[in-house]
Structure formats: structure tokens, C-alpha cells
Design a protein. Structure first.
Length: 156
């Protein structure tokens, strides 16, 4: 199994775990005499197995990611910086405060102006795209050492 497939399976497992938890919560207590299509004890056992499978899969993914981990961390920080720069206030010049009178206006100056901001956004977007491309190639070419056929989610 390639790493990208393992990541898809991880997301599928996470979704199935949420689904099992929801069913257990909904179907554990029903009105006496109501038809029970689900057995909460059985669902709970399946939930525990899905969680074990998810734990094993995360461990295998972590091992497979070791060759690209630095880029994964860099990508997270680059996305954080991109969002920060996008939110940067670049208001400058005379601006009337909504609480001030019609004649009053505060004058604002900036260190990083709108052009600088746009340049930084572009710079960080290029970095994010480059790192994401590098990670995508890695995920499609790197094997994840785990037998997915042993997972309960694949036995149904």
C-alpha cells in the first residue's frame, strides 16, 4: 500500500469511528418494545477494533513519513504564515473612525503596505504549493508497511 492510500484509509477509519460512536449513542437506549436493528455491545466491540486498526495505521504512516517529516512541518508553518499575512491590516492614510465625527479622521501609517503584503502572500503561496507537491510525490511513491486486508473496515 502506498502512503497516499494509507492516508485515505486513515480518513475512512476516522469517519467510521465517528459513525460507530454516533450509532452507539443513538441506539443504546431505546423504548421498550422498539425494534433494535443495532446491538450497542456489538457496535462497541467493532469500535474498539477500528480504534486498534487506526492506531496501527497511524504508527505505520508515522514510520513511512520519516523521510518527509521536515517538509510536513514546514508546510504547516508556511500555511500558518500565509493565513497570517493574508489577515494583516494594511490600512493607511486618513481613515474616519466609525465613532468619530464627520470632520475627524485618524491618519494611519504602515510598515508593510498592500504591495508588500501581496508579495508576501505570493511568496508563501509558492512555498506552500512547492512543499505540497513534494509531499504528494512522496506519498504516491513511498510504501506504507501495513497489511490493510487485516483491518475490520476492509472485511465488510
Amino acid at each position: 500500500m502506498k502512503l497516499f492510500q494509507a492516508l485515505k484509509l486513515k480518513n475512512k477509519l476516522v469517519g467510521e469511528i465517528q459513525n460507530k460512536k454516533g450509532l452507539i449513542n443513538q441506539k443504546n437506549s431505546v423504548t421498550k418494545g422498539e425494534v433494535q436493528y443495532y446491538n450497542s455491545k456489538t457496535l462497541f466491540e467493532e469500535l474498539k477494533q477500528f480504534i486498534r486498526d487506526l492506531n496501527n495505521l497511524k504508527f505505520a504512516i508515522n514510520l513511512a513519513n520519516s523521510g518527509i517529516q521536515q517538509s510536513i512541518y514546514e508546510l504547516a508553518e508556511a500555511k500558518t504564515m500565509l493565513n497570517f499575512v493574508k489577515s494583516l491590516n494594511t490600512n493607511e492614510g486618513k481613515i474616519r473612525n466609525r465613532f468619530s465625527s464627520a470632520e475627524e479622521a485618524d491618519e494611519y501609517v504602515v510598515s508593510i503596505n498592500e504591495l508588500d503584503k501581496n508579495s508576501l502572500v505570493n511568496e508563501y503561496q509558492i512555498l506552500v504549493d512547492t512543499l505540497q507537491d513534494k509531499i504528494d510525490v512522496y506519498n504516491h511513491t513511498t510504501a506504507c508497511d501495513i497489511d490493510e486486508t487485516q483491518f475490520l473496515i476492509n472485511k465488510k
